[in-house]
Design a protein around this ligand. Structure first.
Ligand code: SF4
Length: 477
């Protein structure tokens, strides 16, 4: 799985140093990526470090204080493609220090083969093993060098951009560029900081809140924004009407305080819980969430059903700093779950309705049910996201079908009741109920036609061409 990250860009018209705000904004986006972080300001190479910001900020304070600029971009990384190395961390420098060079930070995943095809067609030489971001950067660079402006460059390469991107770019002319793919898979928003006269572009509005900037609007799918000393200009590089926002942002990935497409993530999660209570009106003693992202959905279920909400499982926050994301860090999954504390006095002998945001590989669900909830009388398990049966090639890290539990135990089965039954047996619960795609769409408040649902339906028509399913190794090479 690759590139599910967070990006930020700031341009100050008062020529104030924006580095402290960049870092504050990145800290607010830390839940989107914890492998590495980096920033770029004019006249300095990109500054990148491994891990989360809080781990390195104190010892790097001297180096960071040397970085200054009235414009800059930043990135937190969670790799969905390419290795998790500091070299692959963003921002990435593209081109030389001439007028056409730039630094780019990307949230999303693009098909590398198609971009490589484009560059070969244009006889543009590049070394093998380039990441999707580098290939997109090189394709843009080639067009800029050929005399096109940013909008023309994006229009030219758009047919070869298969997948998702929300990007920020710092050019050698000290312009801030932001663009969002024509389907709008990943979020990107625009804000304004009154006091500092700064535009802020960020993956999520929680970063604007952290900086003290006002949310203006989402960057539109297919829109490119350029900010320079003359102000902000917006143009479209694509008129595509069919959007494909990723519902995973609402159920799992985004910060609950963020607003995406005018919808608050916390309220969407809570509403999905209410809808689960309509679809599955179960009998139980208590409703408990798998911490943390399922908490609002469990509250919604509890409110709608009248069954009390309890915190039966809690994360031990003192064992590790930063947010634990079992999905983000596949190798650490078991360790993450081992840091979930079960409150025996709440659980013992009770009929529990357990709510989680998704089942991908099923590893953590099995551990929670077998080890943490073993003293419960009965566990019914409800999932806010429909069965994930197909890989994601638009920015979430489940690239191989073989690793998906619902696919492994329900190959070829379409009936939701049958899928529920089989996965319940596999996980070891008395009842399991996945949300339906209609329930998910209703809960979020976006029509089905505005959502990407490829990983649950297998319909990849929101991509330019159907991806060739790959192995994890192929994705990460
Ligand atoms: S395939 Fe699934 S996870 Fe990936 S963008 Fe689409 S809905 Fe989101």
């Amino acid at each position: 799985m690759h590139e599910h990250c967070g990006v930020i860009g700031i341009f100050s018209f008062k020529e104030e140093d924006i580095v402290p705000a960049l870092i504050t904004g990145l800290e607010a986006l830390q839940h989107r990526g914890q492998e590495s972080w980096g920033i770029s300001v004019p006249n300095a190479p990109p500054f990148k470090r491994s891990g989360v910001i809080s781990q390195s900020i104190d010892r790097e304070i001297e180096n960071i204080s040397k970085l200054k600029g009235a414009v800059g971009i930043g990135h937190v990384r969670y790799s969905t493609t390419a290795k998790s190395t500091l070299k692959n961390a963003h921002p990435i420098k593209i081109g030389s220090s001439n007028d056409y060079g730039f630094c780019i930070a990307h949230n999303g995943t693009l098909e590398r083969d198609l971009l490589a095809e484009y560059l070969r067609e244009k006889e543009f030489s590049f070394s093998t093993g380039r990441t999707d971001t580098e290939l997109m950067g090189l394709a843009l660079y080639k067009n800029l060098k050929d005399g096109r402006n940013w909008v023309e460059a994006f229009r030219k390469i758009n047919p070869y951009l298969n997948g998702s991107f929300s990007i920020v770019v710092l050019t050698n002319k000290n312009e801030l560029i932001a663009a969002r793919d024509e389907r709008g898979f990943r979020p990107l928003c625009l804000g304004w900081h009154e006091e500092k006269s700064s535009y802020v572009i960020a993956s999520e509005s929680c970063a604007l809140d952290a900086i003290g900037a006002r949310f203006i609007r989402d960057v539109e799918p297919g829109e490119i924004i350029k900010i320079d000393k003359n102000g902000l200009t917006s143009e479209r590089f694509s008129e595509e009407k069919r959007h494909a926002h990723c519902p995973f942002e609402y159920t799992y990935f985004a910060n609950p305080s963020s607003r995406i497409e005018g919808i608050n993530v916390y309220l969407a999660r809570k509403n999905i819980g209410r809808i689960l209570a309509e679809i599955y009106p179960l009998d139980g003693d208590i409703v408990i969430p798998v911490p943390d992202s399922a908490r609002p959905a469990a509250l919604g279920y509890s409110e709608k059903s009248g069954i009390p909400f309890e915190e039966g499982l809690m994360k031990d926050r003192y064992r590790k700093k930063g947010s634990w994301r079992s999905f983000i860090e596949p190798k650490k999954r078991e360790k993450v779950v081992s840091n979930i504390l079960a409150i025996k006095d709440v659980i013992e002998g009770r009929r529990i309705i357990l709510i989680d945001d998704s089942i991908i590989r099923g590893t953590s669900s099995r551990i929670i049910i077998k080890k943490k909830l073993k003293s419960a009388k009965e566990v019914s398990f409800l999932i806010t996201f429909p069965p994930v049966m197909y890989p994601c090639y638009a920015g979430i890290d489940f690239p191989t079908q073989r690793e998906l539990l619902a696919y492994r135990v329900c190959k070829g089965i379409k009936n939701l009741d049958e899928i529920n039954k089989r996965v319940a047996e596999h996980i070891g619960v008395s009842f399991l109920g996945y949300n339906s795609v209609e329930g998910l769409s209703r809960g979020i408040g976006l029509p089905l036609s505005e959502l990407c649902l490829s990983c649950t339906t297998g319909d990849y028509s929101c991509m330019k061409r159907k991806p060739k399913f790959k192995t994890r190794k192929e994705m990460k090479k």
